[in-house]
Write a new protein. Structure first.
Length: 85
């Protein structure tokens, strides 16, 4: 059995955009339809500001309103036994 986990990144201005982008990226990466994601994949989104060191850089990042979204996920493992066992 091979466990599959992933970490992908995108940017988004809103949570709705982040979720939509995440679903599209994961669906494309795994090659499964969006309609099957909830049954086959576990995902977690981490939202943060772009890299900023100084107060001015942080303020600019907040004003820009674009956030870095990291998508952590794993493919759910099947517990189905082969026929006849």
């Amino acid at each position: 059995m091979i466990r599959t986990g992933f970490e992908l990144k995108t940017t988004a201005a809103t949570l709705e955009e982040a979720i939509s982008d995440a679903r599209g990226l994961v669906s494309g990466f795994l090659g499964i339809p969006d309609s099957e994601l909830d049954d086959r994949v576990t995902m977690e989104l981490r939202v943060q500001l772009p890299k900023a060191e100084t107060a001015a850089e942080i303020a600019k990042a907040v004003d820009d309103g674009i956030f870095v979204v990291t998508i952590y996920g794993s493919v759910k493992q099947s517990t189905v036994k082969p026929f006849g066992l």
